[in-house]
Ligand binder design. Structure first.
Ligand code: AMP
Length: 494
């Protein structure tokens, strides 16, 4: 089947990745962003998540990377760790047949292991501003060769108070560079930033109706605080969603809702800002893969989370900022799927509803609370779903597993292992060439190497009896998830 991304004259390795990811037709934002970026034109892109924006900037940027260069060439700044990991995974997936090395650098994770990774060949750094500044101050990152800067979710960077840090970072970058800024909204501070630090940028606006929002149905219930726990239970029973995110404004509300659902033995987990980074990553990852049905969260989970199909979003508390509402409901009705967003609003909170209606230019409809009879009628079907099997969803990287096998070799820098030793050995295997070798990561006492083109099993078998650098090494399969790797990095801290 032909891939219409071919019209952009992309190199075959990128097309191959897009084929595996099942990206066959560019989304509107991709059609409009890829050509000017391939031509090194600065862009300001106004678009919401869910539009395919990450691939829109990643595809042309990866195409323009000079593989041989050791120093980082691309810097992506994101407001949150979760988004940094998401962007890293997306860029890695798009660039994996081009052997592009992407590092995510974010707070509350092992600083030392990030510094070590940054010393190796790294093409792309995806980072939250604070942690990058630590690396700049400690001289553990080299930004002198950055030729592309992406400021992702600029409005959120602003809202979280990171704009000064973004400006500080920009002063460390070469003036001669391509700059891309993405934002869901365009407050004046963001316009100022683009005027100051960008070179005659072209503005690309992706209208909401080009997105999927029209497939999202939105309702609200009027409900007093004391009745919310009962109402959330009723809503889950009558709507009976495959998966749902329940957003609360406070950690206390998250705890209360989660406890109620736990007592009823629903498959539920929670996530909020006070949790350890590794626990948050695990919960997110498990939810993404469909290991449980209901996620109760504060807004930390709302941004940049690439969850395929949450069928129901509940605003247990109405958010106080209209932008947050848009970000929260953006977790549903993604990629053309249908979705439902339900908000609980108390009498005192009706002005927030007015603000949201004005901001979104859409009147959210009110629903009458379900009667006990309706809830009782729906209960049996709901109960059946609770006891039926979950649909486990594989990550986007999963499709690659057949194609790509990651091997672990128990030798590294301490035993003077170099990438050329690995490449030399693997290329000596009949039927193998450098084209079959993906990213090589050399750590102190271990090395990870990706074998492409379904040749992993052959290399794995051969290396059981074939020496590398004069000695037989223990070689094992190492298909770890991002979460497991982050978890390991954390353990080195403890
Ligand atoms: P984003 O706006 O970057 O968060 O992307 C939204 C979702 O769309 C992600 O799950 C992407 O993997 C997916 N996606 C991006 N581009 C395409 C495409 N051309 N075809 C199909 N899915 C895509």
């Amino acid at each position: 089947m032909s891939n219409s991304f071919q019209n952009f004259n992309l190199n075959p390795n990128i097309i191959k990745s897009l084929d595996v990811l099942n990206y066959n037709v560019p989304t509107p934002i991709q059609s409009r962003v890829i050509p000017p970026l391939l031509n090194h034109r600065d862009l300001v892109i106004k678009s919401k998540t869910g539009s395919g924006k990450t691939a829109a900037f990643s595809i042309p940027i990866i195409q323009n990377i000079k593989w041989d260069k050791r120093e980082p060439q691309v810097l992506v700044l994101t407001p949150t760790r979760e988004l940094a990991i998401q962007v890293k995974e997306d860029m890695f997936n798009i660039g994996r047949f081009s052997r592009i090395k992407v590092e995510a650098v974010y707070g509350k994770s092992s600083y030392e292991s990030q510094a070590k990774q940054l010393k190796q060949r790294t093409h792309v750094i995806v980072s939250t501003p604070g942690r990058l500044i630590d690396h700049i101050e400690n001289k553990t990152v080299d930004l002198s060769q950055i030729s592309t800067l992406v400021i992702d979710e600029a409005d959120e960077l602003l809202r979280m108070g990171f704009i000064d840090e973004v400006e500080r970072i920009i002063h460390f970058l070469p003036l001669e560079r391509l700059t891309v800024l993405l934002s869901a909204t365009m407050p004046t501070d963001i316009e100022k930033l683009s005027n100051l630090y960008m070179n005659n940028p072209e503005l690309i606006v992706i209208e909401d109706d080009e997105l999927t929002e029209n497939k999202l149905t939105q309702y609200y219930y009027e409900v007093e605080q004391k009745d919310k726990l009962k109402l959330i239970d009723d809503v889950l029973i009558i709507r009976n969603p495959e998966s749902a995110i329940i957003f609360c404004n406070t950690k206390q509300a998250v705890d209360d809702v989660c406890e109620m659902m736990d007592e009823k033995e629903y498959l539920v987990h929670k996530i909020h800002g006070d949790m350890e980074q590794k626990d948050r990553l695990k919960v997110m990852n498990d939810f993404k893969h469909g290991l449980f049905r209901y996620l109760v969260a504060t807004d930390v989970a709302a941004r940049g989370l690439d969850i395929d199909s949450v069928s129901l979003i509940v605003n247990y508390d109405i958010p106080y900022h209209a932008e947050s509402y848009v970000h929260r409901i953006g977790r549903s009705a993604r990629a053309g799927k249908e979705g439902l967003a339900i908000s609980f609003i108390s009498n005192r909170e009706s002005h927030y509803l007015d603000q949201i209606n004005t901001y979104t230019n859409h009147d959210i409809m009110m629903l009458e609370r379900p009667t006990q009879e309706v809830v009782n009628q729906a209960f049996e079907v709901f109960q059946n779903r609770q006891t039926s099997d979950l649909v486990i969803k594989m990550g986007k990287g999963f499709e690659f597993k057949e194609e790509i096998m990651k091997l672990h070799i128990n030798a590294g820098k301490k035993t003077k292992m170099r990438a050329s030793d690995i490449v030399g050995t693997i290329c000596a295997i009949p039927g193998l060439s450098a084209k079959d070798i993906g990213v090589i990561t050399i750590l102190d006492i271990s090395t990870f190497v990706e074998i492409l083109n379904k040749k992993g099993e052959l290399v794995f078998e051969t290396l059981q009896t074939m020496p590398i650098k004069g000695r037989l090494r223990v070689v094992s399969k190492a298909n770890k998830t991002e979460y497991e790797l982050a978890d390991e990095a954390n353990k080195t801290l403890e």
